[in-house]
Design a protein around this ligand. Structure first.
Ligand code: DGL
Length: 294
C-alpha cells in the first residue's frame, strides 16, 4: 500500500482540516479577514487564550511553555492543516520550538514588519510598537540588525494598550480609542518616525486611530497581508488547499457550513463582548476550549 502523507488514518484528506489561529486574546482576530480573502474555501478555528493573558509581561520560557501546550491541544482536537501564531510575543519566543515539536505541520508566525518599514522610511526613523516582552526579545534586535541597517529604530513598549484592546475593543468610542493610543504614537512621531510598525497583533484593532493620531505623513504598517499570503503560499506548496466550493469537513463541534469557531480558554460564562466579536469576525462561539477538548 502506498502511504499518502496528505491523508489521515481514516482516509480523510488532510486538506479538509481547518486552519487554527491563536493569540493570548483577541489580537489575532483582524488576521482572519485577509486570510479569508486569500483562502475563501477554508474554515478556521480561532483560539483566544485568555486564561494565560497577557503574554507580554511573561518571560520567554513561560510564553514558550504556553505555546507548546496550546499547540498540542489544538493539534489533538482539531487536526489543523496549518497553524498561525497570531501573536508577535509568542512567535518571537516560541515559533522555532513549535516547529520542532510539530514537524510536518506548517506553522506561520507573525513577524514585525520591520523590513518594509525600513525600506519605505523617508525620515530614516521608524517606530516599533510592541509588548514589554517583545521589545526586549533578542529576536526583534536581530530583525532590526538584519533589515534596518542605517535606519534609527525606536522601540515603544505599549503593554497597556494590549489590556485596553482586550477590555475595551467593543465598547470604546472613537475618542477613547484615540486617547488610548495618543501617548505611544505621539512619542514616536515627535522623535521623527514616519513609519509605525504594529508589532503586537492587538494594536491592529486600533490601526485607524493610530493612523489618525500619527497624521498624514506617517505610514502605519502591520503584518496581516503578509501572514495571509504566506499561509496561502505554504498550503499551496504542500498541496493542502481546499477546492473552491468544498464544504468544510465535519469536525468535533464544528458544523460543516461554519466559517469557523471562536474558542476561549478559561471558564465560562464568558463576557458578552466575546460573542459580539465572534459574530463580527464571522465565527461561531465563544466556546470553552476545555469543553471543546473534553
Ligand atoms: N497580541 C500579542 C502580541 O502580538 C500579545 C499581547 C499580550 O498578551 O501581551 O504580541
Amino acid at each position: 500500500m502506498i502511504a499518502d502523507a496528505n491523508r489521515g488514518p481514516a482516509g480523510d484528506s488532510r486538506a479538509d482540516g481547518p486552519i487554527a489561529i491563536f493569540d493570548s486574546g483577541i489580537g489575532g482576530l483582524p488576521y482572519l479577514e485577509p486570510a479569508r480573502a486569500a483562502l475563501p474555501a477554508e474554515s478556521f478555528v480561532y483560539l483566544a487564550d485568555r486564561a494565560d493573558f497577557p503574554y507580554g509581561t511573561k518571560t520567554r520560557s513561560e510564553v514558550r511553555s504556553i505555546v507548546l501546550r496550546l499547540m498540542d491541544l489544538l493539534v489533538e482536537d482539531y487536526a489543523p492543516k496549518a497553524v498561525v501564531i497570531a501573536c508577535n510575543t509568542a512567535s518571537q519566543a516560541a515559533l522555532e520550538a513549535a516547529r520542532k515539536a510539530h514537524p510536518g505541520l506548517p506553522i506561520v508566525g507573525t513577524v514585525p514588519a520591520v523590513k518594509p518599514a525600513a525600506e519605505r522610511t523617508r525620515s530614516g526613523v521608524i517606530g516599533v510598537m510592541a509588548t514589554e516582552g517583545a521589545t526586549r526579545d533578542p529576536y526583534l534586535d536581530s530583525l532590526i540588525a538584519r533589515y534596518a541597517k542605517g535606519v534609527t529604530v525606536i522601540k515603544e513598549s505599549a503593554q497597556d494598550l494590549v489590556s485596553f484592546v482586550e477590555r475595551r475593543a467593543v465598547a470604546a468610542g472613537p475618542e477613547e480609542r484615540r486617547e488610548a493610543v495618543r501617548p505611544f504614537v505621539r512619542s514616536l512621531v515627535e522623535r521623527g518616525a514616519d513609519e509605525i510598525v504594529l508589532a503586537c497583533t492587538h494594536y491592529t484593532h486600533l490601526r485607524a486611530e493610530i493612523a489618525e493620531v500619527a497624521g498624514p505623513g506617517v505610514e502605519v504598517v502591520d503584518s496581516r497581508a503578509g501572514v495571509a499570503s504566506r499561509l496561502r503560499q505554504v498550503l499551496e506548496g504542500m498541496d493542502l488547499l481546499r477546492s473552491p466550493g468544498t464544504a468544510s469537513a465535519p469536525r468535533d463541534g464544528l458544523p460543516p457550513e461554519t466559517g469557523g469557531v471562536f474558542l476561549l480558554s478559561g471558564d465560562p460564562p464568558f463576557e458578552e463582548e466575546y460573542g459580539l466579536l465572534a459574530a463580527a469576525f464571522g465565527l461561531e462561539g465563544p466556546r470553552a476550549l476545555a469543553r471543546a477538548i473534553g
